[in-house]
Design a protein around this ligand. Structure first.
Ligand code: ZN
Ligand code: ZN
Length: 507
């Protein structure tokens, strides 16, 4: 059996096996096995004791079940693995002592590690003292572990647990009877790596790429959908989800920060190269943790125009105000696939034909001799630290105002007005900060030796960004019921100064 330092079997099955063997030796019949559920730390509930009293206790359904069985004489003995494991709270033990001493029949309590023995008429005070001591020592152990973790964090070591995505676990331990040279890090092939410190290039590439593209406007779920199709697996091997990716992108270690108890350790430099610049990490964190910006649940868009192309009946050409009504995709096979008004069943169009016309316009703009004019102005030279401090100060002041409102020092209207102004300034600051950390996604394509090939190589989510950036596509009602596609029933209005590129202007 795989035993821990305290001589307790590591796996649940082994634990049960060991208890059955002990019961055998004691000559007991096992009537019921009660498994200890995962305890939510110190959650107190009002419970009914065997004698009917109602008291607050740390909720332990396993112990309550055992005590109820003993009190009702359904069972007359209880076997625990270990005193320390069975009783974290001395009150629980006192309750059990009450059952042992006051039950109308004999009750015996035993443990596999001999740390606990109780029976009626015997002085059970000893057990009570042991629980108190065990509690104290388990608190001391917890404190020692926590201090060791902090020391490790300060020294740049990884605090244990599952491997963080982007970092290897170091070379495995060498089993006896094997040559150390044969036992190498599965990622790096040597024995020099350090757990949680040595980076894995293809994984850090994912972190870097997703951090930047998130800031450029690609949604978390589109990025996760791409990763699901890709070759880089998650740490557990489970399929990529938006949540998994979010957790990874929120890790301060990406920006080269060390963390202890959820706090970035100021002035501690991580022993690895930051995967993204600190500004990028902070921008990603702000984006992912800002409740106003979180996009709703749902699948990643799988088509170029869904949610982008407009329905020309609900949103006629020339509409400038309000939220446009867009199209979704219906139809199974490639040839039958159609864009359809999201709201009403009054407009559909062959998807492949519409997309081809839109792609032609996008490529017209991307390959235009003055395509460089499409690129946004170079990032302004801003004082990022100053802006972040200002952002924090505004948030603090808004919190204080909310307190003032509770105290009656400010009216609700005053607080609402101030919150509106404060949030507007925060949005401005975010924009400035993001401009300094993201490069324009268009630049990579426009500056590529072959922009058409670069466009073709883009992921769907990025192509959607390009389409939305370069033109407004409106699917117009079509008068005739022919089979062919009529290009004049599609309006592609440029959002740039190069004109329509020979496409007909819709009537
Ligand atoms: Zn390694
Ligand atoms: Zn419509």
């Amino acid at each position: 059996m795989d035993l821990t330092d305290e001589g307790i079997p590591a796996s649940l099955e082994d634990q049960i096996q060991r208890m059955r063997e002990r019961a055998d030796r004691l000559g007991w019949d096992v009537w019921k096995v009660i498994m200890n559920p995962r305890l939510s730390a110190y959650k107190r509930r009002k419970i009914t004791l065997p004698d009917g009293r109602r008291e607050y206790r740390v909720f332990r359904p396993d112990l309550r079940e055992a005590m109820a069985d003993l009190w009702a004489s359904r069972a007359n003995a209880l076997l625990c693995l270990d005193l320390d494991r069975a009783f974290r709270d001395p009150q629980d033990l006192r309750d059990l002592i009450d059952v042992v001493e006051h039950a109308p029949h004999s009750v015996v309590v035993e443990s596999c590690t001999d740390s606990l023995h109780m029976e009626k008429g015997k002085d059970n005070f000893d057990a009570e003292i042991r629980v108190l001591v065990a509690n104290k020592s388990s608190r001391d152990t917890a404190r020692r572990v926590s201090m060791a973790r902090e020391r490790q964090a300060r020294n740049g070591q990884f605090g244990g647990g599952r491997r963080p995505f982007g970092f290897c676990l170091g070379a495995p331990e060498v089993p006896s009877g094997t040559m150390p040279d044969e036992i190498v890090c599965p990622w790096h092939g040597g024995r020099d790596c350090r757990s949680g410190i040595s980076t894995i290039d293809f994984e850090t590439d994912v972190i870097e790429d997703c951090s930047h593209r998130l800031l450029q406007g690609v949604s978390l779920r589109s990025l996760a959908a791409e990763l699901r199709e890709g070759v880089v697996p998650t740490v557990t091997g489970a399929p990529w989800s938006a949540e998994t990716l979010r957790d990874i992108l929120l890790r301060p270690r990406n920006g080269g920060f060390m963390v202890h108890k959820g706090e970035i350790l100021e002035g501690v430099t991580a022993p690895w190269e930051p995967i993204v610049k600190p500004e990028v990490f902070f921008a990603v964190r702000e984006l992912l943790t800002d409740p106003d910006r979180r996009s709703g649940p749902g699948a990643a868009p799988r088509w170029h125009g869904s949610g982008i192309y407009r329905c020309g009946i609900c949103t006629p050409l020339g509409t400038v105000t309000g939220k446009p009504t867009t199209c979704e995709v219906t139809g199974g096979s490639q040839r039958q696939r159609r864009y359809r008004c999201k709201d009403k069943n009054h407009l559909t169009r062959n998807a492949a034909h519409v997309d081809n016309a839109v792609f032609a316009h996008v490529l017209y703009a991307l390959t235009h001799p003055r395509a460089y004019e499409l690129l946004s102005a170079p990032a302004p030279d801003v004082d990022a630290d100053g802006l972040r401090a200002e952002r924090k100060a505004i948030r603090n002041r808004l919190d204080l105002m909310a307190e003032d409102e509770v105290l009656g020092l400010k009216t609700r209207a005053q607080v609402i007005a101030a919150t509106k102004k404060g949030n507007a300034r925060i949005a401005e600051i975010d924009e400035l900060l993001n401009a300094t950390v993201t490069s324009d996604p268009l630049a990579a394509v426009i500056n590529a030796p072959d922009p058409v090939a670069a466009w073709d190589a883009l992921e769907l989510a990025d192509q959607r960004l390009f389409i939305d950036r370069l033109c407004t596509v409106t699917i117009l009602p079509s008068g005739r019921k022919g089979r062919g596609f009529d290009p004049t029933t599609l309006d592609i209005a440029p959002k740039h100064g190069f004109g329509r590129g020979g496409l007909p202007a819709a009537a």
